[in-house]
Design a protein around this ligand. Sequence first.
Ligand SMILES: NC(=O)c1ccc[n+]([C@@H]2O[C@H](COP(=O)([O-])OP(=O)(O)OC[C@H]3O[C@@H](n4cnc5c(N)ncnc54)[C@H](O)[C@@H]3O)[C@@H](O)[C@H]2O)c1
Length: 356
Amino acid sequence: MLDLPKIKTALVGVGNCASALVQGLQYYSNSEKEEEYIGLRSLFLGGFHPRDIQIVAAFDVNDRKVGRNLAEAIFASPNNTVKLSNVPQTSVIVSKGPVLDGIGEYTRNVVEVSDLPEVNVVDTLKETDAEIVVNLLPSGAVKASQWYTEQALRAECAFINATPVSIASHATWAKRFEEAKLPLVGDDLVDQVGATILHKTLLKLLSMHGVHITETYQLDVGGGTESLDTLERTRDVKRGIKTRSVETALPYKAAVVAGSTDYVDFLENKRDSYLWIKGSYFCKVPMQIDLRLSTVDAPNAGSALFDVIRAVKIALNRKMKGAILPISAYAFKHPSQLLSFETAEKAFADFIRGNV
Ligand SMILES: NC(=O)c1ccc[n+]([C@@H]2O[C@H](COP(=O)([O-])OP(=O)(O)OC[C@H]3O[C@@H](n4cnc5c(N)ncnc54)[C@H](O)[C@@H]3O)[C@@H](O)[C@H]2O)c1
């Protein structure tokens, strides 16, 4: 296999998601054979192995994380996701960025802001040769997400927005990245085994079989900091994004509710999603599905982040610019244009093969 240059990536927010990503990079670093990469959609994507992703910089505000080696910061409280691997010391020390609206009323009780000085984020990105910035801020951090998007533009980096803040789906930002000749993808990463994808697949299957769905909901509880922040600041935004996404699975209108619901601290980073579907089939005989999906939240972002970072590197190599729909529609809940599951999968495969 050709020895490709590393994909120099900067992380904004060293929370649970960043922890799973960094631990996953270590976990899969020596995978070569199929049986060693259970849990990934693809070991090689466009020729890139996950070990080609190199984290070169990381930013946070929490005093337990700023100034510490990334290998330690990912395990610092309030991060509470599962241990996936032993991460050796890295060359990255977590830098402090501005707080802005990063800490909400509820998360203020679990995050102490570092009193170390803020770094110049653009300078740090340039000094570390970062080419991709991944936004993993809390979903309520709207101003901070926009601020880091601006810094990425100034440092000439591509931008991946994993949060539900409207960036890649926003025409103004898309135009700015187009003018800067840089790729932009987002918004709101799709989970690998998330309730939304499961819900959409079930609805699609049922409607294909002639079942008429009248009412359905998908609600969940979690115990990560993100669930706490959602409770206070982004429940309605997330509900809107998820509900619109689920609605696309049905070829007709039904009563659909999908969204994050509540915070249960002792669940830690675990998430329980409850799906309920009501409809009727032959001769209007009623049917009902009631199921629970139990996952751990942060590792659910790992495989998608591996794919998205490698795909954005491919877009950079091809000098693509602006919002990149084949990546956003495949890996995010709120792209600039919602595509059906099959169309998005095909568009991504075509993109990787170089057919778009
Ligand atoms: N499966 C998933 O985990 C998943 C899926 C889809 C989307 N997302 C999105 O990814 C994002 C991250 O999720 P998470 O579970 O890691 O959240 P988290 O709350 O665990 O982590 C957020 C991190 O950002 C830091 N932070 C806060 N303000 C900051 C600032 N101004 N500058 C720098 N750092 C700051 C916090 O200290 C924390 O370390 C969320 O927006 C979430 O909606 C996650």
